[in-house]
Write a protein that binds this ligand. Structure first.
Ligand code: EAX
Length: 322
């Protein structure tokens, strides 16, 4: 951790040393050393180097500036510079982005990364750019898994009646309704407390988030359902970005590529280490799951949310990517 966290005095001492220096804040909702925090750090390293120190980076981690939906609104009006967040609430602003939230659509990490880094990812970034946002690059949150405090989940029946927190995302909510759970949408910063006090029984997130947020302190069971791939996105505010020269904008894109690399490297690391970590911290982890019944119920309940509006062409295109 080389960069300061928003609110520390030292960062400003540094920033005021050179008149022309510009401070850039990246907001995340996870810890500064999480997969998003490390992405932000790599962004700053590259940007500081390319700009010869003109730009100085600072993280605003752990939801300091709000939940992911608040951050998107802040980016639109310019009260937030940049954010590295999951795409969970993005569909509320860019409905075409719901395509990426469909359960059991991406086969594996290679497939997801190929789609996001290719033509389809680019097209969706352009849609994002039409909504008073600047989509710099797709990053990664990871495949999401179910955790809860009631029982091990091996089959959809085990979700029956469980109060599951979902993101504020109507595709995810429809999928969990189809699986028999009661979905409760909630902003991430409220989640830990809601699990602790029993407002909800469970939640679903990738290993990256489960470990960064120490959900093992408030959740007993984890099941590697991998029911949906969760992309992340590195966004900038047009208020910041449009004020940059073309050369500087180029540096931001280069720095974004470095951020994605570091972010995905941490996802890879936790995909290897995550199950052992969860077990060491007292969770009962079910790794062998027959995904077919989950896929059938989740798809039946949720694909229409997207296809009723946009048809199935994008889904077919995503599936066709090698
Ligand atoms: O951004 O809200 C969520 O569950 C997100 O996956 C997560 O916190 C990472």
């Amino acid at each position: 951790m080389k960069h300061y966290i928003l609110g520390t005095v030292a960062a400003f001492a540094l920033a005021s040393a050179a008149e022309a220096q510009q401070r850039v804040v990246i907001a995340t909702i996870t810890s500064p050393t999480s997969h998003f925090g490390l992405g932000a750090e790599a962004f700053f390293d590259t940007l500081e180097e390319l700009s010869d120190g003109k730009f100085v980076g600072e993280q605003a981690p752990a939801g300091q500036l709000g939940g992911e939906r608040d951050l998107i609104e802040g980016l639109q009006i310019g009260s937030v510079d940049m954010a590295l967040i999951s795409s969970g609430p993005l569909g509320n602003f860019v409905p075409e982005a719901y395509a990426f939230d469909l359960p059991f659509l991406f086969r594996d990490y290679d497939h997801a990364r190929a789609v996001l880094d290719g033509e389809i990812g680019q097209e969706l970034l352009e849609k994002v750019n039409e909504q008073n946002l600047v989509g710099l690059a797709w990053g990664e949150n990871g495949f999401r898994h179910v955790t809860n405090n009631v029982r091990p989940v091996l089959a959809p029946e085990d979700l029956d009646g469980l109060k599951m927190r979902t993101m504020e995302n109507k595709v995810h909510m429809a999928a969990f309704t189809g699986l028999g759970a009661s979905p409760t949408p909630m902003a991430f910063p409220e989640l830990f407390g809601a699990l602790q006090t029993g407002v909800v029984d469970g939640q679903e997130n990738p290993v990256t988030v489960i470990s960064a947020s120490k959900f093992w302190d408030v959740q007993k069971y984890a099941s590697l359902t991998g029911h949906v791939y969760s992309p992340a996105i590195l966004l900038a505010s047009p208020v910041l970005f449009d004020g940059l020269t073309e050369e500087e904008q180029g540096w931001f894109y280069e720095a974004a590529a470095a951020a994605v690399e570091a972010n995905r490297a941490e996802v890879n690391r936790l995909e290897e280490a995550g199950v052992a970590l969860m077990r060491e911290n007292g969770m009962e982890v079910t790794t062998q799951i027959d995904k077919a019944p989950f896929a059938r119920l989740a798809e039946e309940a949720s694909y229409g949310v997207y296809t009723d509006e946009y048809g199935s062409e994008m889904i077919e295109r995503i599936k066709a990517v090698e």
